[in-house]
Design a protein around this ligand. Structure first.
Ligand code: ADP
Length: 346
């Protein structure tokens, strides 16, 4: 199946990453987003600083591109701490983790992205490190084996995951603060785009930025990426100024529709509707037909489609809703199953 370059995929590419780092807020008061979350973090940071202690361990979960890494950096900055960054898949052996832990200074922040992908062997060493700031490990084997206890300096672990459900309960319960990051409102996305446009010193019409924010899939990383695509388009095809017409034309060229769905989103829904009669169908079957990784569909594609109400998850599998049929312009034909009318919005 022919595939377009997916520019709304939330995973960060290398060029994208450089741009994102430049646009990332550093301080809490520069952050856009839920005032409750910002307040929660401000209180935790202030309390920890007043007691001269590291902040409690924090778990941030939610779809990619919503601000988990940014918050980890902001927390470290507000704590005036150094941040060390790694990820679940990078810590293949217990020694990898022990090496990092034993090099942490007091109040340092250790950020582990994709923490749900830590291997059980490595995860075992995290528990005492988080709880008692120590690691115990066994050296040698047989009659010569002995356990070495290494004290660690008190630190803050910030874990980020797109799949909190895959975290083992013992790991999850060791985080004192846990927060689910939601998709952003259009108003917050607009603030983000305005901030980026100002930092990039772009000349633009206000309604052009609004048009962009509506198609950013509730995701600030995508908002930044759309801005980049529109900026290129305006520079090459126009006089450099971002107008509604340039935004419409640039995003149309990229295959992004009025609701912000990209080609992969639409293919996903079309396969459920056309190949599996609207569902319910298992995610693995959709992934195989689409030639995509199941994890990509679950982490990147599904959350937004669920949020828009075009996809429903039932015990029997994924179901395209009437809204999806309408959006794709496919006529919805109610069908019978076991003599009963089957509803796409079941
Ligand atoms: P995640 O780690 O969840 O994948 P990131 O933290 O990398 O997401 O966020 C992606 C981009 O979104 C950042 O580079 C930044 O430009 C923007 N962003 C994220 N959170 C905020 C925030 N609270 N305020 C302003 N911009 C943000």
């Amino acid at each position: 199946m022919a595939r377009q370059k997916i520019i709304t995929s939330e995973s960060a590419g290398a060029d994208d990453e450089q741009f994102n780092i430049a646009l990332r807020p550093r301080r809490l008061d520069e952050c856009i987003g839920s005032p409750e979350l910002m307040e929660k973090i401000r209180i935790a940071v202030t309390a920890a600083r007043e007691r001269s202690e590291p902040m409690e361990h924090v778990l941030l979960h939610g779809p990619p591109g919503l601000g988990k890494t940014t918050l980890a950096y902001v927390i470290a900055h507000e704590m005036a701490a150094t941040i060390k960054v790694t990820s679940g898949p990078a810590l293949t052996r217990p020694g990898d983790l022990i090496g990092i832990l034993t090099n942490l200074e007091a109040s340092d922040v250790l950020f582990i992205d994709e923490i749900h992908r830590l291997s059980p062997a490595v995860e075992e060493y995290i528990y005492p490190a988080m709880e008692e700031f120590k690691v115990d490990f066994v050296v040698d084997s047989g009659m010569h084996s002995r356990t070495i206890n290494l004290p660690l300096k008190p630190f803050t672990l910030i874990g980020a995951t797109t799949r909190a459900g895959l975290l083992s309960p013992p790991l999850r319960t060791r985080f004192g603060i846990a927060h689910h990051l939601e998709f952003w409102s259009d108003a917050d996305l607009l603030k983000r785009i305005e901030m980026s446009a100002a930092m990039l010193q772009l000349s633009c019409d206000a309604d052009a930025l609004t048009a962009m924010s509506r198609r950013a899939r509730g995701t600030p990383r995508i908002a930044n990426r759309l801005l980049r695509r529109c900026r290129d388009y305006a520079q090459v095809k126009g006089d450099g100024r971002l107008t509604v017409d340039t935004v419409d034309a640039a995003l149309k060229l990229e295959g992004i529709d009025v609701l912000g769905l990209d080609e992969l989103d639409r293919q996903f829904l079309r396969i459920i509707i056309e190949t599996y009669s609207g569902g319910p169908v298992g995610i693995e079957a959709v992934a195989a037909t689409l030639g995509e990784e199941t994890d990509t569909l679950v982490d990147v594609v599904e959350p937004f489609l669920l949020q828009t109400g075009m996809l429903a998850r039932t015990r029997r599998g994924r179901l395209a809703t009437i809204k999806a049929y309408e959006h794709l312009g496919v006529k919805y034909a109610p069908r019978e199953e076991n003599g009963k009318l089957f509803e796409a919005d079941a």
